[in-house]
Write a protein that binds this ligand. Sequence first.
Ligand code: NAD
Length: 489
Amino acid sequence: MIQHFINNTFVDAAEGGTFETLNPTTNTPITGVADGSAADIDRAVKAARAAFDSGPWPKMGAEARSKYLRRIGELIEKRADEIAEAEIEDTGIPVSQIKKGAIPRAADNFYFFAEMAMKIGSESFPSDGKFQNYVIRRPVGVAGLITPWNTPFMLETWKVAPCLAAGDTCVLKPAEWSPLSADKLAHIIQEADLPPGAFNIVHGFGESAGAPLVAHPGAQLISFTGETTTGQEIIRNGAATLKRYSMELGGKSPTIVFDDAELDRALDGAIFQMYSLNGERCTAGSRLLVQDSVYDDFVTRLTGRVRAIRVGDPQDAATEVGPLIHPDHWARVRSYMDVARSEGATIAVGGGRPPGFPGGNYFAPTLITDVRNHMRVAQEEIFGPVMVVIRFKDEAEALTIANDIRYGLAAYVWTGDEDRGRRVAESIESGLVWLNSHNVRDLRVPFGGCKASGIGREGGHYSFDFYTEMTTIHVALGQHPIPKMGALK
Ligand code: NAD
């Protein structure tokens, strides 16, 4: 049974409710989970508030906070196998991608922000020898952290680490389809012996647990990762209590392959950045744009490779694509196959349940060709192992297609011409562009999207623009003139 974690104590839901989390390979229940409501959120926010107002966390020196964060990173490494098992069982992400990717990255998030905590500095603006103006950064207060089910542990630590580094306290509301690894984080934080209330978790559904967190007057910050429509709803619900938001939302990112690219590498990159993590990846290159002159050959090779991707049990080291998170999500991804056919596109590979997998949420790696950019399958985020392929003539057309979409999270450009590469990269409306590279992250750089893909950036020192409050202090150095109102005789 998974409980909430409030004030360093594991507790049941106030109203006693539970829900089940399912194993996506079979859809059998793994365990019950405390079903959070407004009462649980209120209790958790009050604990975080008390920890902020009267506990040691925000006032403690950066060095001391940094030690706690390093300790959490070490405990993640120590328990990496146990966390990975939980994540695989809950989400269906293949073991190879969890053990080598998402879990080490989660520990790195804590190590990185342990360093960054020491670097939150202040800026100073001397003015004509008359004033010394300087800016300090203080923690803001209580942060509500609301996270999705895709690579949940990595994304949760991506928010918790900078939040704690800044001296804020928090309430994490993990996604209802993937609560197991968040519970591991709670146990780790309990073992790291953080001051009570600095970190809290309330499990539960978006409407019953997420929405009260957004509306709670005791929380000032909401860092949200999830669907664009949920982000819109959250901004509406937080208006009355005037929240500050960081919004990491959906994407439909282009991979552009020019005919002068190193095509073997472009092929590897396009496939990996689409089908890894079961295609349930916000930065997936789900719109593949291929130049006319190499289109037929490239797509023929792509078709063969996608057909050969190894679908299987996520616990199997050879598996490349596992089952989707939940039957409802499977049905949503499947529904796009009908959309594709009705729009006149061709399902060249996959399109449904792969042979040999009668149960669970397995969905075959899918490639859709004969796609035009205005079609729904090209414009909407499917969030499964489904790539659409679009043909383009030249650089100008590639850019037009790439930008003709509401999203702007990531883009991948493959070309042998450096000048063109930079030109295109700098003209794409996107928060992140990789040039001749798959999705390799640098923790120092700002991460986030533009247009309907997000508001604000987290990552590196940019995280502290969100998690800290700036106060500007104006110090008079001498006797500057002050108008003497009312003093005239
Ligand atoms: P989702 O929006 O359905 O849910 C995300 C979280 O929000 C969950 O914890 C959910 O319970 C909660 N929630 C739902 N309704 C809420 C409400 N009214 N108020 C408060 N909280 C609410 O998203 P999902 O299906 O879990 O995740 C997939 C989406 O996340 C995709 O669109 C993907 O692109 C996006 N994503 C974006 C990034 C990024 O960095 N931009 C990263 C990962 C995932």
